[in-house]
Every structure is written in C-alpha cells, then in structure tokens.
Design a protein around this ligand. Sequence first.
Ligand code: 6PG
Length: 249
Amino acid sequence: MAKVEVHPNGASLARATAEHFVDLANRCINEGGLFSVALAGGSTPKAVYARLAGEELDWGSVHIFWGDERCVPPDHPDSNYLMARKALLDHIPIPPENVYRMRGEIPPEQAAAEYEQELRDFFAGSNGHQPSAFSYQPTFDLILLGMGEDGHTASLFPGTSVLEEKERWVVAVPHETPPPPLVSRLSLTLPAINAAAQVTFIVAGGGKAAILKQALSPPSRPILPTQMIQPAHGDLLWLVDQAAAGSGR
Ligand code: 6PG
C-alpha cells in the first residue's frame, strides 16, 4: 500500500526528501555496507540534490545510478546526469567508480545493453550472485521517481511498448511526441523498478494536482505508468507538496 506525505511547499518537500534519502542511506550502510540509489531526472529533484550536497554521509559507500536519461551528451543542458552533477556530485566526496552514468551520447540500444550489464554486474556482486545467473533482480535500496503531467515516470510514457517489457532491466525509448525534450531516452523498466526495496515519488506544483489525484486513485483503464509502479517486495512512498496534493487534502 502506498504511503503519501504532504509537505507545505517545495522547500519543505525537498528537505523531507533529502532527510528520507539520508536516513535510508545510513540504515542500509549500517546494515549492509552500501546504499544503491537510482536518481530521478527532470527538474523537481534538483532542490533535493542541492540539499543532499550539504549532508554528512559516508559517500564512499553510496552507489549512484539513474532511473532514466535523455540520449544527449553528459554536458548537454537536457542531461539528467548534468543536473545531478551540478547540484550534487560536484559537491560530495563520492568516488567516480560509484557513479554509474547512463551513456546518452552513444547509440541508445548499445547504451541500454551496456547499462543493463553494469546493473547485472553490480547486483550480482552485491548480492553474491553470478552475473550469468538471471534469477536475481536489481534490488536498488532506493529509486527516486518524478511524474509528468501525463502520468509518465522515468521514461515510461503512456501507451508505449516498453510498458510491456518483462525481462530487460534497461531499455532504449524512442520519444518523438511531447513532453519535451523530444529525444530518445534510456529507462529502467517496470520489472527493474518494481524490484526495488524502496520507491519514492517526489511530486510538486499545482500543475501536477490533476494527474496526482488520478495516480493515487484506484487504477482505471488506461492505467497510468505511475500506477504500474508496484514494488513486489518493497515500499512505495509519495512525497508531495500541498500544491500538487490539491486543496482540501
Ligand atoms: C525525465 C524524468 C521524468 C521526470 C518527470 C517529471 O527524464 O524527464 O525522469 O520522468 O521525472 O517528467 O519532471 P519534472 O520534475 O521536471 O516535473
């Protein structure tokens, strides 16, 4: 069952999300020696990453991935990596080998296959599996997600075939219709996201009120991609601001 926390405004939402990140990271590092997190793209998480840049954390035990990426070079203004690098990575003592960038600058299918192998190697190693065994899942300790006004999350857009993917963990997504930017994407799939121990949506702004109300309602046809995020064994948390929650919540 999803848990929803409503915060008064964007600043308190960013603070609460950063605190949630740090608390979970400390718990995972204390219990298992590392913390694996997939960052969300878009603009909402930027304030969270800026707050995290000031947090005391054992960054050497944190492993940072992405939930999705635009197929652009890492110095392109549309790059989710660039946003996180400027807001967070440039300000923390994280070893470069702990940052797993989706390579948006190479052919999308090649980048998706490469990233999937990186995930398989990482989660095989951290869970004691052999990379050849396909029985294990990418059990991220935390996946941060945003939501678009059309109900997409990561780069899983309504009505697209990637929503049917049952095996692969990372896919290349052609993207030629709004929302912008109209570039191909790389995205974790539903199986990969739903294997996480904790999935946390962060949603802010009155422009998201209508879609958030729909996303938190019992699914009706067509089911939104965000409503397909149902962690099999993990927890689902929505951190939203009052504007997105709409009046009267
Ligand atoms: C992306 C994101 C995408 C984003 C939503 C919300 O690459 O654009 O991963 O899923 O989270 O579109 O974006 P905003 O936070 O900018 O509203």
